[in-house]
Design a protein around this ligand. Structure first.
Ligand code: UDP
Length: 320
């Protein structure tokens, strides 16, 4: 297939662009490089360096079999302080994409959605049938886009799949996580191991979990990429299918830090800090639907292995 990957210079987008290209698809990346990196675009993949708003019509006029839409603003804290950036940058831009796909007859869409669409869960693991009550603007914008996709699919025959990611982690060779401002747990802990940061703060140890720290479902980015390939194959005209993607196992903040200590051999000093606003105690995916319908199964579920891949990537960047 000829596929357009928006946001293909970012973390998840670059890993997916690489695996799609390796699977024999013709891939074009559209990325404005506002948070992505030109050198993260895989070799042999054409980069169109532009925003969706100005460039999407011209690019899709070339003729594509599908779009994988990763380009987005994705910082929860920033989304609360500057909501306009998220409503415009995520929702308005995605509507432009949907309209351009309709205009140019692009048949398939795979959309990067998020577990943040669910908000505070009533039950864990979280199934796709759980209520969607996002607690932050980021999640609200992704949910709004999911709703738009549902109605475009029904009305205009689009074959659409939304993948709701839990906590994406790990790396694939030279493709990994490189954020300007780091807020995510594993990269922060690895910065301590590299000597770029003195200590890690654990946001609360009085949560109603086994060891008192928050539990999250960390999914290896390569397992995620595999689900995107399957989603493309299973997309059906006129339908919008929604799948959760997590490894189904929860790891506490303490367990993640311990895995980082084991992998890096660094003591990684940690302090208990106040809870972070908006954090739920425990988020674990129920991914049965993806397993049953996509035939997908996460293969890299071991936290030490996930951290090792992230660590290898982080260290290789030091030499870059
Ligand atoms: N966390 C932490 N210290 C940090 C960063 C994160 O204790 O410096 C915790 C955070 O409260 C959450 C978990 O680690 O429970 C994962 O946070 P992250 O920001 O990586 O992902 P999120 O779950 O917010 O999407």
């Amino acid at each position: 297939m000829k596929l357009l990957v928006t946001g293909g210079a970012g973390y998840v987008g670059s890993v997916c662009a690489a695996t799609l290209a390796e699977s024999g698809h013709e891939v074009v990346v559209l990325d404005d490089l506002s948070t992505g990196h030109a050198d993260a675009v895989p070799d042999g993949v054409r980069l169109v360096e532009a925003g969706i708003d100005e460039a999407i019509g011209g690019v899709l006029a070339e003729g594509f079999d599908g779009v994988l839409h990763f380009a987005a603003k994705s910082l929860v804290g920033e989304s609360m302080q500057d909501p306009a950036k998220y409503w415009h940058g995520n929702v308005v831009t995605s509507l432009r994409l949907l309209d351009a796909m309709r205009e140019h007859g692009t048949p398939r869409l795979v959309f990067s959605s998020t577990a943040a669409t669910y908000g505070e869960p009533e039950e864990v693991p979280i199934a796709e049938t759980a209520p969607t009550r996002p607690t932050n603007t980021y999640g609200a914008t992704k949910l709004a886009i999911d709703h738009a996709i549902t109605s475009y699919a029904a009305a205009h025959g689009l074959a659409a799949v939304s993948l709701r990611y839990f906590n994406v982690a790990g790396a694939y060779g030279r493709y990994g996580e490189r954020h300007g401002v780091e807020t995510h747990l594993i990269p922060i802990v690895l910065q301590v191991a590299l000597g770029q940061r003195e200590r890690v703060q654990v946001y609360g140890d009085d949560w109603p979990t086994e060891d008192g720290t928050c539990v999250r479902d960390y999914i290896h980015v390569l397992d995620l990429a595999d689900a995107h390939l399957r989603a493309l194959e299973h997309a059906t005209a006129g339908q919008h299918k929604i799948y959760n993607l997590g490894n189904g196992l929860g790891f506490s903040v303490k367990q993640v830090i311990d895995a980082c200590r084991e992998v890096t051999g660094h003591p990684i000093p940690a302090d208990v800090a106040p809870r972070r606003a908006g954090d739920p105690a425990s988020l674990v995916a129920g991914s049965e639907r993806a397993r049953a319908e996509l035939g997908w199964k996460p293969e890299r579920v071991d936290m030490v292995g996930i951290v090792r891949d992230a660590w290898d990537f982080t260290r290789s960047r030091q030499g870059a």
